[in-house]
Write a protein that binds this ligand. Structure first.
Ligand code: ASP
Length: 367
């Protein structure tokens, strides 16, 4: 009974803390001594919500609400994190990442660039829901103009669970963001003691804590109780070598994903074109394929100037040009190893520059 009311008061506190707060400087309760703090690198934590900030309304109940706790609460729940870095926290949003949207993306990406431009900042940690973390991470990798570490962390279990995974992910994320050896690796993801490139990870399990896998590549390294080990680097263009930027960008072009399956027709494609899509990504069967009816509808859209990228619903592998479909004739782009949501991210940014299919194919080969 006592426990239950303690939990209820956590929920009430969460509701109060969930409101956006301006930048706050920590020391948390057991801050390092001032002299030790002075020699620590500075890490800024940008919070967006997610299960890592999730609260169960009822103790022991698997149901919960994402994005309920503030960044101060998350820092307070990760013992020793204040000994790794001088922390500064900022609430960008308080949402489940299933609700991620362009307004939050543009705000977050602008803030990442502003914060990294500060000479006193070593790196950034972003707390984020796991549902769309791979899309946000890839987007940031294309528009961030710094080689300082940016590390996304989330969790599969809410903060109030019996065994939450968020605190150690946050602890390890701060350690990586503060580590000079993480410079130049692009946007990183720390999850379940693994260090990944956001470019390659994908969520592979609905609820398991071991959900993130870098398909086709493997992890970049490990982050274990604050110690980072790196055994690889991303090979695609990113951050300081990206041609894309936020300059003058107030909105992103509409790109829809259409899903292929047995007997599918062109209804989704027609609806996307009617809604004003400037690009369509095919989540194709197998090697980016679809029924003749679907391919005909896509070819018709391409003829009207909509850029069509073929990706696959399979979950791993490369979609190459001109295998079972003649991309040259159809005017399609092959999505290489980007899964449909990531292909959508790159296509949206590419469309801010060009509609030329050859130039967009080149972007898919480089990023
Ligand atoms: N739906 C949650 C979110 O993406 C899941 C999570 O964070 O693990 O915000």
């Amino acid at each position: 009974m006592r426990k239950h009311s303690a939990l209820l008061s956590t929920v009430a506190l969460a509701a109060v803390l969930a409101v956006a707060v301006p930048a706050l400087a920590f020391p948390a309760p057991q801050a390092a001594a001032p002299a030790a703090q002075a020699s620590l690198p500075k890490v800024v934590i940008l919070a967006t919500g997610g299960t890592i900030a999730g609260v169960q309304p009822k103790e022991g109940d698997p149901g919960y609400k994402s994005g309920s706790l503030s960044i101060e609460s998350l820092i307070g729940a990760a013992p020793g994190v204040d000994k790794l870095a001088v922390l500064e926290g900022e609430q960008i949003a308080s949402i489940g990442s299933q609700d991620m949207n362009d307004a939050v993306w543009l705000k977050l990406a602008r803030r990442v660039n502003e914060v990294l431009a500060r000479p006193d900042v070593a790196g950034i940690v972003i707390t984020h829901g796991t549902d769309t973390l791979e899309e946000t991470g890839f987007f940031l990798g294309l528009v961030t103009k710094s080689d300082k570490p940016v590390v996304l962390v989330g969790s599969m279990r809410p903060a109030t669970s019996t065994s939450p995974d968020g605190p150690l992910n946050l602890y390890n994320g701060v350690a990586v963001a503060a580590d000079p050896a993480a410079k130049g690796l692009g946007i990183l993801v720390v999850a379940n003691d693994d260090l990944h490139s956001a470019r390659y990870i994908t969520k592979t399990n609905t609820t398991d804590v071991q959900t993130f896998i870098s398909t086709g590549r493997g992890a970049l390294g490990e982050a274990y109780y604050g110690k980072m080990v790196v055994y690889g680097a991303p090979s695609n263009r990113h951050t300081t070598r990206s041609e894309f930027s936020l300059d003058g960008l107030t909105a992103l072009p509409r790109v829809d994903i259409v899903y292929a399956y047995e007997n599918v027709d062109g209804t989704q494609v027609k609806a996307a074109v009617a809604a004003g899509a400037r690009g369509i990504v095919l989540a194709g069967v197998g090697d980016g394929n679809g029924t003749q009816a679907l391919i005909d509808a896509l070819a018709e859209a391409a003829k009207q100037g909509v850029v069509v990228v073929r990706s696959s619903r399979v979950g791993s592998g490369i979609v190459r040009r001109n295998i079972e479909l003649n991309d040259d004739k159809l005017g399609f782009v092959a999505g290489v190893d980007l899964n449909p949501p990531k292909a959508r991210v790159l296509l949206r940014l590419a469309l801010t520059r060009t509609t030329d299919v050859k130039a967009i194919q080149r972007a898919f080969e480089e990023y």
